[in-house]
Ligand binder design. Sequence first.
Ligand code: NZQ
Ligand code: ZN
Length: 390
Amino acid sequence: MNDFIFHNPAKVYFGKSQMEHLSEELLKFGKRVLLVYGGGSIKKNGLYDLIVRQAKDNEIELFELSGVEPNPRHTSANKGAEICKKENIDVILAAGGGSVIDCAKGIAAAALTDSGDVWELVSNSVFVEKALPVIAVLTNAATGSEMDAWAVISNMDTNEKMGLNGSALFPKAAFENPEYSFTLSEYQTACGVFDIFNHVIDNYYFAGEATFGLTLEMQEAVMRCVVKYAPIAMSEPRNYEARANLMWASTMALNGVLDAGTLHGAACHMLEHELSAYYDITHGHGLAIVTPRWLEYILDEKTAPAIARLGERVFDIPKTANAMDDAKKAIAALADFCFNTLKLKGTLTDLNIDDKHFKDMAKHACFGSVISGPKTLSPDDLEKIYRMCL
Ligand code: NZQ
Ligand code: ZN
């Protein structure tokens, strides 16, 4: 097991009655608030009205940036940064899914730079140590952005989608009321679910000797929880227990807890970010298409026992003496979860994606080098995995 430092400063208010603390958290930073949201889902589920009411009751002055895109663009973050500079904003309130929260973090960082251009930070891999405070109200169980220090920003002019990281990007507080996720469509629920699942296997699960028992068991608990509650949330969107479990799983999957003492990988995420950079697809769906193929590609005598363990612990596949056979069953069970339980279309061809950009995408995905993980992957390997997804 590896040594580790665990530090996560984000405060989480979880549950049905916690929104009453929103104004108290905002007022810690000031009265001039930029509310950032997406295409209008918060107007349909009542969250927008609640925020406006609390602002009014507490003499908070609200400014707005709406229309943040799924796969948030650098141009939206720059627009927000401009408002922050012009209006002397004290704190940013993000209300929505990962895209809105990521855009808010991008705004928060860019607002404190001279240029106000988030892409300058992203493209230079600047570690953000200075940013305006962000408070998040989460409406989609998926990315973990509510309690992590990352923002993923897209530049559609250059077909690039990259992470911005930094200690200043942890939300100061995150509000998680599972009721606000009742209005998610079946499709978005499924995509969010697979993002959560993938954060565990992609980032941490195959760390081998670098990890330790407790972390491994906690990772499996999160994946089992997702497998159990996803079909319930899809068939009964207003099931509080299912939505609450998924929401907390989203947060736990990427807030550093499951990271303790392990190694990082994220091959599927690197592969997927290229897909959404070129084709603007939904992140979790791209991951669902890539992940079973990635496992198939990395399967060999060395990786088989860990993949077999995934099958046994998460999908209840009985262990036999043949790890290779067990691993193949595990991959089949995962594909069944993605394409039958979650009802996600199973190939890139289904999403009208062909092999036109695979070479470039493979090169970008590993920054012209390799991706490490249970098996080191070169651009050639990555291109082969894309082809398996057609
Ligand atoms: O825009 P609105 O109207 O809010 O609608 C959104 C959007 O259309 C809708 N939605 C969200 N909550 C809803 C709802 N619809 C009805 N009811 C609700 N309660 O769902 C659609 C997708 O929302 P989005 O925020 O894009 O989804 P998600 O939360 O999956 O975020 C995806 C983005 O986060 C990045 C992804 O790459 C992608 O850009 N990620 C961020 C990470 C991070 N910051 O750590 C890590 C992840 O791996 C990921 O890369
Ligand atoms: Zn993800």
